[in-house]
Write a protein that binds this ligand. Structure first.
Ligand code: HEC
Length: 136
C-alpha cells in the first residue's frame, strides 16, 4: 500500500471522499504504475508544469505550440481549442470530476496531443509528470 492508497483508505473510512474522486486517483495511480514498469519515475508535479508550458516550434507552420495553446495555464479553468474554437472543459479533476477517470481517454489524448503539440509521442516519464501536475 503506497502513501496515497493509505491516505485514501483513511479518508474513505472517515467518509470524506466522494466516489468520483476515488476513481480518478486510482486511475492515475494505475497509469503511473504502468509508466514505472517502463522504467520511468518518480514523478513530479512541478516538472509536469514546466513541460506543460514547454514551447515547441511546429515544423510545418512555424508557430509555437504548447499544452497551454488549447488548455491554458490554469487547469481549473476551461480552455479553447486553437483550431476549432470549441470550449474545452477544465482539465483539473478538482473542478471536473470526469477528468482522469478513464485510462483509455488518458492514453488516447496523450497520444494525440503530444503528437500535435511536440511533433512526437510523450515519454512515460513526461506522461507521469503531466498526470502529477494535472491532478495536483
Ligand atoms: C490542439 C488543442 C490541444 C492541445 C494543444 C492539447 N490538448 Fe489536451 N485535449 C484537447 C482536447 C480537444 C481534449 C478532449 C476534449 C475534452 O475531453 O473535453 C483534450 C484532452 C486532454 C486530456 C484528457 C483528460 C481527461 O481525462 O479527460 C489530457 C490528459 C490532455 N488533453 C493533455 C494534454 C497535454 C499533456 C498537452 C500538451 C502536450 C495537451 N493536452 C495539448 C486538445 C488539446
Amino acid at each position: 500500500m503506497n502513501v496515497r492508497h493509505r491516505t485514501l483508505a483513511i479518508c474513505l473510512s472517515l467518509g470524506l471522499l466522494t466516489a468520483p474522486l476515488v476513481s480518478w486517483a486510482t486511475v492515475v495511480d494505475d497509469q503511473q504504475a504502468l509508466y514505472q514498469d517502463n522504467g520511468a519515475g518518480p514523478f513530479n508535479a512541478q516538472r509536469g508544469e514546466q513541460l506543460w508550458q514547454r514551447e515547441v516550434v511546429n515544423r510545418k507552420d512555424g508557430r509555437v505550440r504548447s499544452c497551454t495553446t488549447c488548455h491554458g495555464n490554469n487547469l481549473r479553468l476551461a480552455g479553447k481549442h486553437i483550431k476549432t474554437g470549441k470550449v474545452i472543459d477544465a482539465l483539473s479533476p478538482s473542478v471536473n470530476e470526469k477528468r482522469l477517470s478513464s485510462a483509455k481517454k488518458i492514453r488516447k489524448w496523450f497520444k494525440r496531443n503530444c503528437k500535435w503539440t511536440w511533433g512526437r509521442e510523450c515519454t512515460a516519464q513526461e506522461k507521469g509528470d503531466f498526470l502529477s501536475f494535472i491532478q495536483r
